[in-house]
Design a protein around this ligand. Sequence first.
Ligand code: UDX
Length: 451
Amino acid sequence: MNITVIGTGYVGLVTGTCFSDMGNKVYCVDIIEEKIEDLKKGIIPIYENDLEEMVVKNYKNGNLLFTTNLEEGIKNSNICFIAVGTPMAKDRSADLTAIYKIAKNLGEIIDHDMIVVTKSTVPVGTGDKIKEIIAEEFKKLNKPWQVHVVSNPEFLKEGTAVADSMRPDRVVIGSDDEKTIEILKELYYPFVKNHDRFIIMDIRSAEMSKYASNAMLATRISFMNEMAMICEKTGADVNKVRLGVGSDSRIGYSFLYAGCGYGGSCFPKDVQALIKVSENYNYTPKILKEVENINYEMKKILFEKIKKYFLETKGLKDLKGLKIAIWGLSFKPGTDDMRESTSVVLIKELISSGVYINSYDPKAVNEAKKILNDQLYKEKISYFNDKYEATEDCDGLVLVTEWNEFRSPDFKILENNLKNKVIFDGRNQYNNDLLKNLGFKYYQIGVLEDF
Ligand code: UDX
């Protein structure tokens, strides 16, 4: 099939590339010329496993095309995916400016029957609005063509985006047109071969499914973080509680890890947007608001623990002049994405308390530099290429992101490098007993504090 994908961010680029890898001809369109020129040269704007080689291969064999010219894509294809960003607006709703602008452009450009699919995460009702906008343009220009608008939300995870797209758990298709549904099933068939993974529903339910999924996952994390806080007070260990809870087949083990808060481009934004949509319909969500509140608190918890240790255990008056090593900057392992990352909250709090930071991350340093670009931060953060070097002469080590390479470090080196044998772990990676035997003070999330 011939396809246009609008937007070459995480979702658009990965989706377009995977479609092209299955033998479709895909026009990836973006308004940023530099990005398009880079992609043609094989320079990928994001770090994602397997993506670069797949882009290069399919660009070379002609299945994947990059252009800033929307018209070129639309004229040559029958299906168009909208995969542009829907960032959080000032009022915390999803900003749909780009989506509506594209709908208008499509109304102006389309010159044959077309299927328009929203892949971006959009609030319930957006698909209907897109239909209206296109119809309005068609009316003005007297166009006779049939356009079917479909909701087909994307559920890929950063870090495993290509693998998730090549083997999706489910393909949700929100449409009321039988023929359209059949065409999309045909397009997705190679990805779900031998498994019945299609879930067909109306547009609004499809749009809502994406928000409800992300809200459910965020809720599980905040729920577990609340359990962690109770464990810390009562002397239980959340790492053990997780096993006791997750072993129930009705509950399951995934997304039950307590930690220093969820980040990324989806959970924070989508939970906020869902709250906003509900309020627009005069419903005040209760659970969702607490999910967000708990997460806000969790992002500050490492700082609280660090402060408590230095003030109460070490008897310092304040944190001024300390040097702290931070392992992991991205919001989760396997990505260089820094959006809503806990590391940013922690670094800002530490620096405003007069602390110097030595940081190490295998992938996210460039992105971190872009976000922490104020003079104040530039002066106080050093970035290292080696995780052990980053700990030299530091007053303590904090683990924020659980990259594999942090899982079993050489504690002898840490012992030599650190001025205090203390580790604050935001992702509960180490064995408590082992670290205690080695003489480390080890603070996790959800384990009784021993200050
Ligand atoms: C998420 C959804 O998983 C995906 O389906 C959706 O399409 C987009 O949003 P992503 O943002 O890539 O994907 O990351 P994910 O792996 O889900 O992790 C989100 C955050 O939750 C991370 O900060 C992670 O550290 C945190 N997390 C995850 C926990 O704190 N505990 C857990 O048990 C799981």
